[in-house]
Design a protein. Structure first.
Length: 91
């Protein structure tokens, strides 16, 4: 249950940070770095980041950022499949 709450909290934070960066972009203020945004996605906030990206239309035209983001998603999918495959073999 703790893992679920951690996952939800991380995704909510990723959503808020991405939305806040969009607000900063609109008001021409100092922005949150792409590295920080991608780090939140990499450690488990992919869903929250993706929702914020598409709801607020943020970073959706930046091809290099999207390439990095989707590479993170691809790696996470591979890790999940590998984990489930390993669990099935050991059972």
């Amino acid at each position: 249950m703790t893992l679920l709450y951690s996952f939800l909290t991380l995704n909510i934070l990723a959503f808020i940070i991405t939305a806040y960066d969009k607000r900063l972009a609109i008001t021409n203020k100092k922005r949150i770095s792409e590295k920080t945004l991608l780090t939140f996605a990499a450690v488990g906030g992919t869903i929250g980041s993706a929702l914020a990206m598409y709801i607020f239309n943020h970073k959706t035209s930046k091809k290099y950022y999207l390439f990095k983001f989707y590479r993170i998603v691809f790696i996470q999918i591979l890790l999940l499949f590998g984990l489930f495959y390993f669990i099935q073999i050991t059972l």
